[in-house]
Design a binder for this molecule. Structure first.
Ligand SMILES: [Zn+2]
Length: 231
């Protein structure tokens, strides 16, 4: 295992598929990129933290008169088809962390695929175990993708940045809701970096080389230092 964690945000049927209950416009278009990231993770034995909207009739963000900013119509109801991950990202043999049950984080981190179910936009607010899970990964970089860029991805990115994490967002593998302002500029201002799929492979290759050679910075195609080696 290496020091890279993928964070797959809410790539569920109701959000991605046009037939879903709350589809992010044009989200089906990023399926090939999502599939590629899933394959890269499997091939390189990279841990994936998969967040998952998992609502019930009492969920605060659900409304019959939604404003599509703070409240939304019914979606990703627990145990329904719409709450499943799409085929392109479906986590193999996952450890599931529910928000209303006790789990041992020690058990969770033994698995390559971890699912965090959440009842809020924000993974850190929507599951009491999120903080202790992410805390376990102190020397890691987080590569984030999924939907919707300006809602749940935004909460995850900001939550990671505020906890001092190093965050990269795969811009080809995320989609925003059209009626809410883009969050990309504020991410960059707070130290996150937008990358593409090629950069992901470069980062992984650099990490492997770094582990073999030691003492090298992690750089991207442009020669920008992505992670400074402090040894
Ligand atoms: Zn939701």
């Amino acid at each position: 295992m290496n020091n890279i964690i993928f964070v797959n945000i809410d790539t569920q049927v109701d959000f991605i598929e046009s037939k879903g209950k709350l589809p992010v416009p044009h989200a089906e278009a990023i399926k090939p990129e999502l599939k590629k990231l899933t394959e890269i993770a499997e091939k390189n034995n990279i841990k994936v933290i998969n967040t998952c909207d998992w609502h019930n009739d009492n969920s605060a963000e659900l409304s019959n008169e939604p404003d599509y900013i703070n409240t939304f119509p019914e979606h990703c109801m627990k145990d329904t088809e719409g709450a499943k991950f799409i085929d392109e990202t479906n986590p193999k043999h996952p450890f599931i962390i529910d928000y209303d049950s006790n789990v041992l984080i020690e058990d969770a981190i033994q698995h390559r695929n971890i699912i965090i179910r959440k009842d809020k936009f924000d993974v850190f607010a929507g599951n009491p175990h999120s903080d202790s899970l992410f805390e376990r990964f102190q020397e890691h970089i987080f590569i984030v993708y999924g939907v919707a860029e300006n809602v749940c991805v935004n909460f995850a990115v900001k939550g990671l940045l505020s906890r001092g994490k190093e965050v990269y967002i795969v811009q080809e593998a995320t989609k925003a809701l059209p009626n809410i302002e883009s969050t990309v500029e504020s991410w960059k201002e707070n130290g996150a970096r937008m990358i593409n799929l090629n950069d992901v492979e470069t980062i992984i290759t650099s990490y492997i080389q770094q582990n073999i050679l030691g003492g090298t910075d992690l750089v991207n195609y442009n020669g920008d230092i992505l992670k400074r080696d402090l040894t």
